[in-house]
Design a protein around this ligand. Structure first.
Ligand SMILES: Cc1cc2nc3c(=O)[nH]c(=O)nc-3n(C[C@H](O)[C@H](O)[C@H](O)COP(=O)(O)OP(=O)(O)OC[C@H]3O[C@@H](n4cnc5c(N)ncnc54)[C@H](O)[C@@H]3O)c2cc1C
Length: 466
């Protein structure tokens, strides 16, 4: 049983005012926000250390109107950001939630920088598809590992308790849905019941649960899952048992550029800077610039479920700011050649078809023209020898559906009312990526994890202290 309905006098082994399940970006931002309001949250984490999909990400948080952007002369604002998110998701998102995350993002990034010393800067040498301004804020290594390590250090300095190697298995609730506490199982098999005044689910999505992926995202059943294996869909399971509304369960963040067989993420900068993808027949197959998420399924539809990213040395230099790209080069995933003929031979694709595609694309770049798929090219994207290629496949990164919430993370019931003390943020909640993979705008994952994590932590704490 995943939810036990019980009486208010249920006995617990311990109590905390606020319990948070999961110590990814959402859980730790929630705990830090709660602490600032004077509420001591206890974060429960199944792993030996905070990690989650957050650690696997590039750690880039989109935010509009930050001082980091102003310092670089980048003109941006939350309204523009919100319209980018809604355009990508075809208007399928709740306007209020989009408004809350886009308004809250700049203050989130500046909060982490000013209060906890996170050395953010804006990526300003390429832009991600669909963003009208350069607004990706990253840490020096451009890794999610650095982001989660800094969040953990901030939590430790703030004396926030993180119960590691503890998996929450059951929730206790009154029949009206008011959450009374949780039962967790420690690594040594010991079970403990902890009571709470409020609960935040920050235990992410269901990408690590193949039967849920098959049920909810059939097009990615069997695809490589590149997210955290501990994301087993517990929030969806508990939500279903509690009668919570679940939204956009078919939405996901895919990625059409994971080096294979090396399993290393190749930044989409290689495409946005002027690179292209061809299949094993040397042919392009779509407008790669729409976004990397929907490209996962496109690549998987190609022969062998693979494609080649093709770019040049100039683009490789931009991509090298990412540790992953450097690792891909180190592991031999990035092929390089002085002529297109030599590159085609290394890739083992038909030379004529491949060369025809490259020639056509370079011609379009020179004329600032559009290709047969609708992709627009520009002269600055020109590629010259030496050329590079990486064999890639499509992968499922992170699910984007989940518990329906309001603009502070409060979980909604099916009939439209809200649970009195249950909150969700990050991958546990429905995101702002519409209903499919095509609605994912780069950065939506950490945007909702960090901003809604913080907002949920604040809202739960204000309620507890009232
Ligand atoms: C390769 C990759 C690259 C990405 N790059 C970016 C990027 O650059 N920018 C961006 O915005 N997004 C990116 N994303 C998406 C982003 O990583 C996620 O959206 C975000 O990290 C989700 O944060 P979270 O806190 O909700 O979940 P997570 O970081 O996954 O944390 C959830 C935590 O909950 C724990 N947990 C789960 N169930 C339980 C349980 N029952 N009991 C106790 N603990 C539990 C897990 O162990 C985990 O530690 C990327 C994702 C991947 C996989």
């Amino acid at each position: 049983m995943c939810v036990v309905y019980t009486e208010i006098d249920q006995k617990f082994d311990a109590r905390a005012p606020l319990l948070i399940v999961g110590s990814g970006a959402a859980g730790l931002c929630a705990a830090l926000a709660a602490k600032e309001i004077g509420v001591d949250a206890v974060v429960i984490e199944r792993d030996a250390a905070p990690s989650g999909s957050t650690a696997l990400s590039a750690g880039l948080i989109p935010a509009a109107g930050t001082r980091f952007q102003r310092a670089k002369g980048i003109d941006d604002n939350p309204q523009l950001f919100a319209s980018d998110i809604q355009r990508k998701a075809k208007g399928q998102n709740d306007e209020k939630i989009v408004g809350a995350v886009t308004r809250g993002a700049a203050s989130l990034v500046e909060w982490l920088a000013d209060r906890y010393g996170f050395p953010f800067d804006v990526v300003d040498n390429f832009n991600y598809p669909g963003h009208s301004a350069m607004r990706m804020h990253g840490l020096p290594t451009r890794t999610g590992r650095e982001l989660i390590d800094r969040l953990r250090a901030a939590a430790e300095q703030s004396d926030i308790i993180i119960l590691i190697e503890s998996k929450v298995e059951q929730l206790f609730a009154e029949t009206n849905g008011c959450i009374l506490g949780v039962e967790l199982v420690r690594n040594n098999g010991r079970r403990e019941k902890i009571g709470c005044d409020a609960l935040i689910l920050a235990c992410s999505g269901y990408g690590g649960k193949p039967d849920l992926v098959r049920e909810l995202i059939p097009e990615m059943a069997g695809a490589l899952y590149f997210g955290h294996p501990g994301n087993q869909g517990d929030a969806v399971r508990w939500g279903r048992a509690l009668g919570a509304e679940l939204a956009h369960l078919g939405a996901y963040q895919g990625h059409g550029s994971v080096a294979t067989p090396h399993n290393i993420l190749i930044t989409w900068a290689v495409i946005m800077q002027g690179g292209i993808q061809v299949n094993t027949q040397g042919r392009r197959f779509c407008d790669e610039s729409r976004g990397y998420s929907e490209q996962a399924a496109e690549v998987l539809r190609q022969p062998g479920g693979v494609a080649w990213n093709v770019f040049d040395d100039r683009i490789a230099a931009v991509a090298r700011q990412f540790e992953d790209f450097r690792a891909a080069e180190h592991s031999g995933a990035v092929l390089s050649a002085h002529t297109t003929e030599q590159l085609a031979a290394l890739m083992r694709v038909p030379i004529d078809a491949f060369k025809a595609e490259l020639d056509e694309v370079e011609g379009l770049k020179a004329k600032r023209a559009q290709d047969r798929f609708g992709r627009k090219f520009a002269p600055e994207q020109k590629c010259v020898a030496p050329f590079c290629a990486v064999k890639v496949t499509g992968a499922l990164f992170h699910t984007q559906g989940g518990l329906a919430i309001n603009d502070v993370g409060r979980v909604k019931r099916k009939e439209g009312t809200f649970f009195s003390n249950l909150f969700a943020a990050g991958g546990a909640a429905a995101g702002v990526s519409g209903k499919t993979s095509a609605g994912y705008l780069s950065g939506n994952g950490l945007l909702t994890a960090t901003v809604l994590g913080r907002l949920a932590g604040q809202a739960a704490s204000v309620q507890i202290t009232r």
